[in-house]
Design a protein. Structure first.
Length: 229
């Protein structure tokens, strides 16, 4: 049984364009593996801002803030695949999702170690060795260049191992009826990607190239998007 925890970081909640892509990916996983899925809409949760007191790093991972984050952290530790689903906001995560990531601080200890590349990181206080991290991010621009780089690099630094990153331009087409003929193939590709991922927790370069590509030519999408004003 593969446990999947999908964190929907979009302020739109169930109406999220990116969530449609992420749900297609999760549905694909069900095609090739015995899976269990739970979706958390981050904006609906009570999650205070991290105060940077660092008590959690000295007391076994107990945060001083009493809110919904303790339950979410426990769910993270019990899952196998953690999907971060969010739209690109100011070239990064939306505020609520970034806040949630900040509040994962109790998972690591105060002690720091240096890896072979010279990067320092904190030792973990809990066993996260079975956790696999997937980032699925959509944006309203017509291509990936000069758009996703900041969010991608942040995710790479935060999760240096067992990670998969999917960035999808032109994602607002997901909920626009006239674009249905272009959206359906992308959703099918995301479902196929999920089916592939469930087998080995990795995606081939060709699969990533396919799902991260524009759905229609850039110039046509830009004209289409501008016409919606």
């Amino acid at each position: 049984m593969i446990k999947i925890l999908l964190l929907n970081g979009s302020p739109k909640g169930v109406r999220s364009d990116t969530l449609r892509l992420s749900m297609a990916f999760a549905e694909g996983m069900f095609q090739t593996a015995d899976c269990e899925l739970e979706v958390i809409h981050v904006n609906e949760k009570h999650i205070e801002y991290c105060t940077g007191c660092f008590r959690c790093k000295h007391n076994g991972g107990v945060c001083m803030l009493q809110d919904d984050m303790a339950e979410i952290l426990q769910k993270m530790l019990e899952t196998d695949v953690l999907i971060f689903s969010f739209p690109l906001y100011s070239y990064a995560m939306p505020a609520a999702m970034k806040n949630l990531v900040d509040r994962t601080m109790p998972l690591s200890s105060w002690n720091m170690v240096r890896n072979d590349e010279g990067k320092y990181g904190h030792n973990m206080q809990f066993d996260v060795s079975k956790l696999h991290y997937v980032m699925i991010c959509g944006c309203g621009f017509p291509n990936s260049k000069h758009n996703f780089e900041g969010a991608v690099r942040s995710f790479e630094l935060k999760y240096p191992e067992r990670r998969t990153i999917i960035t999808v331009p032109e994602s607002p087409m997901m909920n626009i009826p006239p674009a249905r003929q272009f959206v359906a193939p992308r959703l099918a590709e995301m479902k196929a990607a999920g089916a592939e991922y469930a087998k080995t927790f990795t995606l081939s370069e060709q699969t990533l190239k396919t799902v991260c590509s524009p759905m229609i030519p850039e110039e046509i999408y830009a004209q289409f998007a501008n016409s919606l004003r």
